[in-house]
Design a protein around this ligand. Structure first.
Ligand SMILES: CC(C)(COP(=O)(O)OP(=O)(O)OC[C@H]1O[C@@H](n2cnc3c(N)ncnc32)[C@H](O)[C@@H]1OP(=O)(O)O)[C@@H](O)C(=O)NCCC(=O)NCCS
Length: 159
């Protein structure tokens, strides 16, 4: 399976998956204006990266990642890599796509200079990240009400 940067032709499928993700996680915020007014403009401005994976021509999952910076609307740990969102459509789970998307984000962040990568997983997903080298860093993010999970990378982690 392969992961590639999201392209313009993927935007409709990416938008649908993003809305499904919000619905599944029971987020109160309306994802449509969030996608159109914030996410897409910031993506076009290069403020974060998005990787997508396809199964039989269908976009099946995405990962959103950035190096935290003053320019980003989210800047919790300046200079650290941040896996902001990770989602695989339910029909495609359990076949390695989530792991591949996460590795793609980690590789990209590491080659852009990040040595610390963090994520703010919902509680049900903490074990997914622990199994992939993340650990509870002992920090708490009050804005999102999540524990902060951290993984330290070095150049030898580049795949
Ligand atoms: C988490 C998620 C991305 C995993 O995607 P996936 O394609 O099923 O992942 P993989 O196939 O690479 O890995 C599956 C492994 O993760 C485990 N896993 C999947 N979802 C999990 C979850 N919610 N909690 C804990 N473990 C989970 C599976 O049991 C499996 O374990 P194994 O490798 O020991 O067999 C997917 O379940 C998802 O999109 N969940 C909803 C959104 C979400 O919670 N995103 C996380 C950001 S907070």
């Amino acid at each position: 399976m392969s992961v590639r940067p999201v392209g313009i032709s993927d935007y409709p499928a990416f938008k649908k998956l993003f809305c499904d993700y919000y619905a599944e996680l029971d987020c109160e915020e309306d994802p449509l204006p969030l996608f159109d007014d914030y996410l897409l403009p910031d993506l076009k401005a290069g403020l974060f990266g998005v990787g997508v994976t396809e199964v039989d021509g269908e976009v099946a999952g995405f990962v959103i990642f950035q190096i935290d910076d003053l320019l980003n609307d989210w800047n919790f740990k300046e200079g650290a890599g941040d896996v902001r969102e990770l989602y695989v459509a339910p029909a495609f789970r359990g076949r390695g796509l989530g792991t591949a998307l996460l590795s793609y984000a980690e590789n990209s962040l590491t080659s852009d200079g990040a040595r610390e990568i963090y994520t703010l997983p919902v509680e049900e997903c903490e074990s997914f990240f622990i199994a992939r080298g993340y650990a509870d860093g002992g920090e708490y993010c009050a804005d999102s009400d999540n524990k902060v999970f951290v993984k330290y990378m070095d150049k030898s982690d580049l795949k």
